[in-house]
Ligand binder design. Structure first.
Ligand SMILES: [Zn+2]
Length: 72
């Protein structure tokens, strides 16, 4: 049995509440490209409505924590 290390971050659309699982590795890359402005978490565009998707919970590369309830 192989142990998979496939972690994801759950993102929710603030407009239509669509949810999507994004691999943590991709979220971290987005976070690193952000260039250190760490008030706003990495976001994705919703495929359903084009709105912004925020992480349900994500701990950033610099130790900052984001929770979606902070943005609702
Ligand atoms: Zn949406």
């Amino acid at each position: 049995m192989q142990k998979t290390n496939k972690k994801t971050v759950r993102f929710f659309c603030l407009s239509c509440h669509e949810k999507e699982e994004i691999p943590t590795q991709i979220v971290r890359e987005m976070d690193l490209m952000d260039g250190g402005d760490s008030i706003i978490p990495p976001r994705f565009s919703c495929e359903q409505c084009g709105g912004e998707m925020y992480p349900e919970y994500y701990k950033g590369v610099h130790g900052q924590e984001y929770r979606i309830k902070d943005y609702l």
